[in-house]
Design a protein around this ligand. Structure first.
Ligand SMILES: O=P(O)(O)OC[C@H]1O[C@](O)(CO)[C@@H](O)[C@@H]1O
Length: 430
């Protein structure tokens, strides 16, 4: 993974090399804190040890009973789904991967109706074992399997904490069970059982993903000028301090679109604390050049754009054409066109004084993805240290959970009462 921060210098908002030099002293201190947290396996910091502590054999053993499934269905939400989905959507496999990470009945019903329930492995993932969406979806999936005459206990494994509903379910029905890693918040758990079980079932090289993560570990140092991950974390932090409230994360590869979704949770849930943070806006190149780029380039000077691409792509030649004004495309390739658009967008933003950071990986494969995932996690941890926020907690999400639970009769929660206090000013349609 390489990071180029040159287009964040002298922009609006922007940083100077002097700023980064001064900031580098704080990066060195932060790195020491991070390194100590890793050595002591402290809550949260333990996440950055996963490339070394995750046991691929345990993952393979848990999924071994499920030989050559047609598909794997993950029932989970947030960090319990997005990491596995990132790898599944980035890498090709003969085993289809599906994710139920929402409780939209139309979507759930349609997906279950489309699946070969007698040849699907169900992976229920929840660290807490209490997440309403995940447990509700699991109950619906289990019912659908029973209705289809499928013994769900033969086709289900769980990934969960050492106690809770899913752990009890696994014990009661002798389901294969994977442990979620101790001290690792869900959004940091992709390089563990949580993110890698689906990859193992899909036949991906889990060791290579972890090796990429170790490449990322090896690239950490006490200076942002020597560590791509810290260069990204420090630069995005410095830009946020100078007004870049939004980070438009724009991969130029369809295979990395879900990665942007994973990044959004990591960045928002880790850094959105105490009135601080940087809003991750998910975008996709080149598509969003025809959608959001107008705002990025000519809207309020309150954002940075992160441009991510693999430097190796397939070719896919564009046939020669005499279409009016388009002959120049003939004989080129779609990859060339996409890269030209990447370069053009980068230059377009720079010309407008909009800060942008380039992240490049060699190709979209297991090892590069492992390093990229680790790198963004390390960048996030560094940003959190520099911003002095509690990177590894997410207290703000509990209010809504309690309100929903109270509304459904799951207990007496004052938050639910507050829902009734909604101020109304309805404008009626026809
Ligand atoms: O794995 P669990 O406990 O079901 O949590 C799922 C997700 O919900 C959150 O706890 C937020 O509510 C995320 O941090 C987490 O990734």
């Amino acid at each position: 993974m390489n990071v180029d921060i040159g287009n964040a210098l002298g922009t609006t908002p922007g940083v100077t090399e002097a700023t980064l030099e001064r900031l580098d002293d704080r990066v060195a201190d932060a790195h020491e804190r991070i390194a100590d947290g890793m050595v002591n396996d402290e809550f949260g910091y333990a996440s950055l040890n996963l490339p070394e502590t995750t046991d691929p054999d345990a993952i393979r053993a848990a999924v071994a009973p499920f030989e050559d499934p047609e598909a794997v269905l993950t029932v989970g939400i947030g960090g319990s789904a997005l990491g596995a989905a990132t790898l599944a959507d980035a890498l090709d496999s003969d085993v289809d991967a599906y994710f139920l990470d929402n409780v939209d009945p139309d979507h759930v019903d349609a997906l279950l109706a489309s699946l070969p329930l007698d040849d699907v492995v169900v992976n229920v993932v929840s660290r807490s074992g209490t997440t309403a969406e995940t447990l509700a979806n699991f109950l619906v999936v289990r019912e659908a399997m029973a209705d289809a005459g499928v013994d769900w206990t033969e086709r289900t494994f769980v990934t969960t904490g050492e106690s809770g509903n899913l752990r009890r379910l696994a014990e009661a029905h002798a389901l294969p069970a994977l442990d979620v890693p101790e001290g690792v918040p869900g959004r940091f758990s992709v390089l563990s059982t949580v993110g890698l079980a689906v990859a193992a079932l899909q036949g991906h090289d889990v060791e290579a993903v972890l090796a990429g993560g170790r490449d990322g570990m090896d690239a950490l140092s006490g200076s942002l000028f020597e560590s791509p991950a810290y260069a990204y974390g420090a630069t995005t932090y410095a830009l946020a301090e100078r007004g870049a409230r939004t980070n438009a994360f724009m991969p130029y590869a369809e295979s990395l679109e879900t990665f942007a979704e994973w990044f959004a949770q990591l960045w928002a849930e880790s850094l959105g604390k105490d009135g601080l943070g940087q809003t991750p806006a998910r975008a996709l190149g080149a598509t969003d050049q025809h959608s959001q780029l107008q705002l990025y380039r000519a809207g309020p000077p309150d954002k940075l754009v992160t441009l991510l691409r693999p430097t190796e792509r397939s070719t896919s030649t564009i046939p020669e054409t005499d279409l009016d004004g388009l002959a120049y495309l003939g004989g080129s390739s779609l990859g060339d066109l996409l890269d030209a658009e990447f370069d053009a967008t980068e230059a377009s933003l720079a010309a407008a004084g909009v800060p942008n950071v380039r992240i490049e990986i060699d190709r979209v494969d297991e090892r590069a993805l492992g390093e990229l995932l680790f790198g963004m996690e390390a960048a996030c941890v560094l940003y959190g240290e520099l911003a002095s926020v509690s990177t590894f907690t997410q207290p703000a999400v509990e209010w809504g959970k309690n309100a929903a639970r109270g509304l459904l009769g799951g207990g007496a929660f004052p938050e639910a009462d507050a829902v009734d206090d909604k101020r109304e000013l309805r404008i009626e349609g026809r």
